[in-house]
Ligand binder design. Structure first.
Ligand code: PEP
Ligand code: MG
Length: 583
């Protein structure tokens, strides 16, 4: 039995035979054709492009119906690229003039486009498009060569898919009847693949590191998408344990669903607001079904998924309008674009990009250097604010100067809208994420100039501990329970309280019952988490008392290692909720 740990990206426990997708790319059999045989080769390529475009449109239609038009849009963009006459012309001339095979010409033409994107300034915008290019190449080659994903379409029995990587479109196309779950060697929590898995509710673990050489097709495997574990050839005892875990996960979810309309109130009457984090407008339904009382974090950068260009003001507005009106009168915190680093740039060759993108021009820095992009988005957010309860939030702010710049730009846009007689919420609450240690340290200063704080612990942890949140090799250092992180959170909570500023936590830790208990004990009264996690957090809150949690927090805050904190919190959660799902 082998146990592998990766990054959990979509919860649930599944057991089944392994199906290995180990070819990373197609091998192109020949580079050159016989002189004179190009008409046949051109016919082949035309047919492949047509078939691939038709396939992409079918997938677009299916996904639009099943999960919404944002996901469908990825395939709409693919179909447009496949139908692009310029691309076809380029491939055909490579075949005709250079005597290249259809396969090689396709690969070369796409590689050239990919390189152009990679050489652009601010490639982080284009990372999703580069992934799309890889996807397109595979799709066309599959039509020419007829393998790679083909076996996936011929599955007769239920399997667990194991791969080095899956592209977003491969993930979205997975046959949910036969693919129980998947695990990949690479990938981060916020990769498109991870998001697709979550939206489609396929249990998944990514970023496990090398494991494919240790498993064969047909081996029995277990995926625990909640804890991020892959088990290869489990022993009988483990199999029984996980079979039981699968059943209890299912009944646990059914039980939690009953809490939907009950308030998140501790046993001693302290009310905690539970909000959802979303990426796409379609997720609002999911958030409401899970009892979300509003949206605490709308990650608007996902508007870039599947888009060949920057979204227009109308595209921004339409997305926000949909979320705001569906959630009204509940609050919706719209975060301005947080592009770069882990989002939409994972496929960029590090040699071609900033040496250290997490510390580079990402997020608010990109917006402040591209004012027209920033203003377009702010206009759309303000316009949407006329239709519900909107809050605007700036990500990655690391100094009061940046915050002031953001506020100035916001004021400019407000003046423009007023001049044009366009309605918006004039007293829209303005907030900042606190996800950089400098912001946490200066929270008392920032608090004087905002209406609310949202603690982005995903980034706060990585910047405090200098441990990349997407790097599985430093996962043991990257820890929400680290005393340094807890002290920064405490500092922010105190500054917020003193200045009468609202504060919540929207990092992943707020969706973990053990940390939710700690955060309530530290005085937080608003938590925002992935909708799927909300019922479990609510259940925890309803079973603890705030006074008890406060006591737990004060003991935890005295501890000096993350291990001690985590062991202590686990123990305390078990004490209060013995049947806790925590292992
Ligand atoms: C965070 O950093 O905690 C956060 C919520 O933002 P994101 O995960 O989108 O970086
Ligand atoms: Mg962040």
């Amino acid at each position: 039995m082998e146990i592998k740990q990766g990054i959990p990206v979509s919860p649930g426990v599944v057991l089944g035979p392994a199906f290995i997708l180990d070819t990373e790319s197609f091998s192109i059999p020949d580079r050159f054709i016989q002189e004179g045989s190009y008409p046949h080769e051109i016919d082949r390529v035309r047919t492949a492009l047509q078939d691939a475009a038709q396939e992409a449109r079918l997938v677009e239609q299916e996904l639009t119906e099943e999960v919404g038009k944002e996901i469908g849009a990825v395939f709409h963009a693919h179909a447009l690229m496949l139908e692009d006459v310029k691309l076809r012309g380029e491939i055909e001339s490579l075949i005709r003039d250079q005597h290249y095979t259809a396969e090689y010409a396709v690969s070369l033409a796409i590689r050239r486009r990919r390189q152009k994107l990679e050489n652009l300034k601010h490639q982080e915008y284009f990372a999703a498009r580069i992934t799309d290019m890889n996807d397109l190449e595979r799709r066309i080659l599959r039509h020419l060569l007829g393998h790679r994903s083909e076996p996936l379409h011929r599955l007769r029995s239920k399997v667990i898919l194991l791969a080095h990587d899956l592209t977003p479109s491969e993930t979205a196309e997975l046959d949910r009847e036969h693919i129980l779950g998947f695990a990949t060697e690479v990938g981060g929590r916020t990769s498109h693949t991870a998001i697709m898995a979550n939206v489609l509710e396929i249990p998944a673990v990514v970023g496990i590191g090398r494991f494919l050489n240790e498993v064969s097709g047909g081996d029995e495997v277990i995926i625990d998408g909640t804890k991020g574990t892959l088990i290869i050839n489990p022993d009988a005892e483990t199999r029984v344990k996980y079979e039981q875990a699968r059943r209890s996960f299912e009944s646990f979810e059914l039980d939690l669903a009953k809490l939907k309309d009950l308030p998140a109130v501790t046993k001693d009457g302290v009310r905690v607001q539970l909000l959802g984090n979303i990426e796409f407008p379609t997720e609002t339904v999911h958030c409401l079904e899970r009892g979300g009382e509003g949206i605490g974090l709308y990650r608007t950068e996902f508007l870039y998924l599947g888009k060949p260009e920057d979204p227009t003001e109308e595209e921004h507005f339409n997305a926000y309008y949909q979320v705001v009106t569906q959630m009204a009168p509940r609050p919706v915190t719209i975060r301005t674009l947080d592009l770069g680093a882990d989002k939409f740039s994972s496929v960029i060759d590090p040699a071609q990009t900033e040496r250290n993108p997490f510390l580079g021009v990402r997020s608010i820095r990109i917006c402040l250097q591209n004012l027209s992009l920033f203003k377009t988005q702010i206009r759309a957010i303000l316009r949407a604010s006329a239709f519900g309860h909107v809050k605007i939030m700036f990500p990655m702010v690391s100094s009061i100067r940046e915050l002031r710049e953001c506020r100035m730009i916001l004021t400019d846009v407000m003046e423009d809208l007023e001049d044009q007689g366009i309605a918006f919420q004039k007293d829209i609450p303005i907030g900042t994420m606190v996800e950089v240690p400098s912001a946490a340290i200066m929270a008392d200063v920032l608090a004087k100039e905002v209406d609310f704080f949202s603690l982005g612990t995903n980034d706060l942890i990585q910047y405090t501990l200098a441990a990349d949140r997407t790097n599985e090799n430093v996962a043991d250092i990257y820890n929400a329970g680290d005393p340094a992180v807890l002290r920064l959170i405490e500092r922010v909570v105190v500054a917020a309280r003193k200045n009468d500023v609202e504060v919540n936590v929207c990092g992943e830790m707020s969706g973990d019952p053990m940390y939710a208990m700690l955060l309530v004990g530290m005085g937080l009264r608003s938590l925002s988490a992935t909708p799927h996690n909300l019922p479990e957090v609510k259940r925890t809150i309803r079973l603890i008392s705030a006074t008890d949690a406060q006591q737990v927090a004060s003991v935890a805050l005295e501890m000096v290692t993350a291990r001690d904190v985590n062991n202590y919190l686990r123990e305390q959660l078990r004490r209060v909720i013995p049947e806790s799902m925590d292992p």
